[in-house]
Design a protein around this ligand. Structure first.
Ligand SMILES: Cc1ncc(COP(=O)(O)O)c(C=O)c1O
Length: 356
């Protein structure tokens, strides 16, 4: 039996018990809010975790790349939403995939709808709505949004799945009540737009929302049919600062070791830099950190490619476990999870991080 303290560094540790508690809690939350859960697997990119989500009642998966869609289709997942504005130059690949699974695509432009129609493939299509994040998605007040919805719903080939939003602006909430307000804003924007479309005679099967901070705080999802949080599987230091979870709920840590401490220096160098932790600076509400070192008074103060610099000195050879600012980006730097229970290694799971 290998112990965590015997592993080479840097490495990505996944605490199985914490993961399973997180998955169970969000599944129960979705059930009590009366929505189905379609977890975003871009956080973990891991078949073993998606299988656990499915066993807990997930109704399909959300992916952010066609590569993820193909991988999860190859592993038996048959209902996938590619929750990213459709990449027009990849429609023919999407069409091939759509012949063997239910692949739901997302559009927020007339140009994308036209390209999908031109392919002749009977794609399932969501209209992406801007619920206040102002990244992608159509303004639900605009006539353009109505035109695109009418065009999909009236198409001879496409099948209209409904409307979809992502409350990424919940990450900028300054308090739990502000995050609750953002979740309610997303709900009301989406429910009102669905009603408007129904008033136009358009059937709106699904009203899909979601982000981890919003799903962690929301109290009412009346009128919403599904939620797509992803980060909740692991959480991270940003979610701790936002109040979505506690430090004990974070399921992934990077194990690193001290490689350089000079006499009199006020810092050390560890073998976890940007290519292990990412360069995500975390929430503006939290302390300035590039990663929280568990059980020590020092944190990761800065990162370059492979070097991490700590805010205080530690003896060379010391092992540290770091809670990343953004687990989704951190995970994407590793090929596998070292799955642990306490300080014992119990498994290794592949991270499907390709781009093809
Ligand atoms: C379209 C979409 N849906 C859902 C999510 C999941 O959000 P979170 O990572 O906060 O759980 C994301 C994350 O960026 C997203 O882009």
């Amino acid at each position: 039996m290998t112990r965590v303290a015997e592993l080479p560094t840097p490495g990505l540790l996944l605490d199985l018990e914490v993961l399973e508690a997180n998955l169970g809690r969000m599944a129960a939350r979705a059930r009590s809010l009366g929505v189905s859960l379609r977890p975003h697997i871009k956080t973990h990119k891991c078949v073993e975790i998606a299988q656990r989500q499915q066993a807990l009642g997930a109704q399909g998966l959300t992916v952010s790349t066609l590569y993820e869609a193909k991988v999860f289709a190859d592993h038996g997942f048959t209902d996938l939403t590619w929750a990213f504005p459709v990449v027009i130059n990849r429609i023919s690949e999407a069409a091939t995939l759509a012949e063997r699974v239910t692949l739901r695509l997302v559009v927020d432009t007339m140009a994308a709808v036209e390209a999908l129609e031109k392919s002749g493939q009977p794609f399932h299509v969501f209209l992406k709505v801007d619920c206040g994040y102002h990244r992608a998605g159509m303004n639900p007040e605009s006539s353009a949004a109505l035109d695109v919805a009418r065009r999909i719903a009236g198409s001879r080939t496409l099948k209209f799945c409904g409307i979809l939003s992502h409350s990424g602006h919940a990450y900028h909430g300054k308090s739990i009540s502000e995050i609750c307000g953002t979740a309610e804003q997303e709900r009301s924007v989406m429910v009102n737009f669905a009603e408007k479309l129904r008033g136009e005679g358009i059937t709106v099967p699904a009203v899909s929302v979601g982000s981890t901070p919003a799903m962690s705080q929301v109290v009412n999802l009346d009128g919403i049919t599904e939620a797509r949080p992803g980060n909740y599987a692991f959480y991270d230091y940003t979610q701790v600062v936002l109040g979505s979870c506690t430090l004990q709920d974070v399921a992934v840590t990077v194990q690193s070791s001290v490689v350089s401490t000079q006499p009199g220096a006020k810092h050390s160098v560890i073998d976890a830099g940007a290519l292990a932790l990412s360069k995500d600076v975390g929430s503006e509400l939290g302390p300035r950190t590039m990663g929280e070192i568990l059980g020590r008074d020092v944190r990761v103060a800065s990162v370059s490619q492979e070097h991490g610099v700590t805010s205080g000195p530690l003896p060379v050879g010391t092992r540290v476990r770091i809670v990343p600012n953004h687990s989704c980006l951190t995970v994407a730097h590793f090929d596998e999870y070292v799955v642990v229970k306490g300080d014992e290694v119990v498994d290794r799971w592949k991270i499907w991080r390709g781009r093809d």
